[in-house]
Design a protein. Structure first.
Length: 231
């Protein structure tokens, strides 16, 4: 029907601005590296699923809180609320660009790995610790900024509750795909996936800082441009 077509179109329009954010979250090197280390550890069968649950639940919670917070702004007119959301996007986009500059400075000084020394303890984590780690990873400044950007985008799309839930589910699925796929593949066929996990671990250990810079720059400019266009 025409109404269903309009709903689908509105959800597709809302998903457009979310896709680059989802890509940025998906290629975030810290959760990917933590996932790989857990899957290479002797406790992977006990810790992998709790880690996945914590990552997905934490990610969704940050986006939902940001979206509800934006919609709860004490601004009378719809246009005023949209302007406030646009200003929030500009601030988040600017913060992401600043984070990219800081990440580049750390990379050029060969100190990018110093903040991730805790990763050396991941392979000894049990299920409770893995769950807590995944939840905590969603509270990193970069993760909070990306979650806030996604929440502001959802809040500014004027979707109905059911539509917003569907869009959020798609976003979380895409964002967590780089954690979901390795975990499922390893639990199903560990012998086949282990060599690939080792190669991925070694590659990320040398290139994670530069990936972070590129991703932050890309998403920062996208979010900043979206906010400016809405003013």
């Amino acid at each position: 029907t025409g109404a269903e077509g309009e709903r689908a179109q509105s959800m597709l329009s809302a998903l457009g601005p979310l896709l680059p954010i989802a890509v940025a979250v998906a290629v975030s090197t810290v959760p990917i590296m933590a996932t790989i280390l857990i899957l290479l550890s002797p406790k992977r069968n006990q810790s992998a699923i709790p880690f996945l649950i914590g990552w997905v639940v934490g990610m969704a919670a940050v986006v939902v809180i940001a979206a509800f917070g934006a919609n709860a702004l004490p601004i009378g007119s719809f246009r005023g609320q949209q302007r406030a959301i646009a200003i929030g996007q500009i601030l988040v986009g600017t913060a992401l660009l600043v984070a990219a500059v800081m990440a580049w400075r750390r990379a050029t000084r060969a100190r990018a790995d110093q903040g991730n020394r805790w990763l050396g303890r991941v392979d000894r984590m049990g299920p409770v610790a893995a769950l807590g780690l995944a939840l905590a990873l969603n509270l990193r400044p970069k993760a909070l900024l990306l979650g806030a950007a996604a929440g502001l985008s959802v809040a500014g799309s004027s979707l109905k509750t059911t539509e917003a839930v569907i869009v959020l589910a798609i976003y979380v699925g895409l964002s967590s795909s780089t954690v979901i796929v390795p975990i499922v593949a390893t639990l199903v066929a560990p012998a086949r996936t282990q060599p690939r996990l080792v190669l991925a671990r070694d590659w990320l250990s040398h290139n994670s800082a530069y990936i972070t810079v590129v991703v932050l720059l890309m998403v920062g400019f996208v979010i900043l441009g979206a906010g400016i266009s809405q003013l």
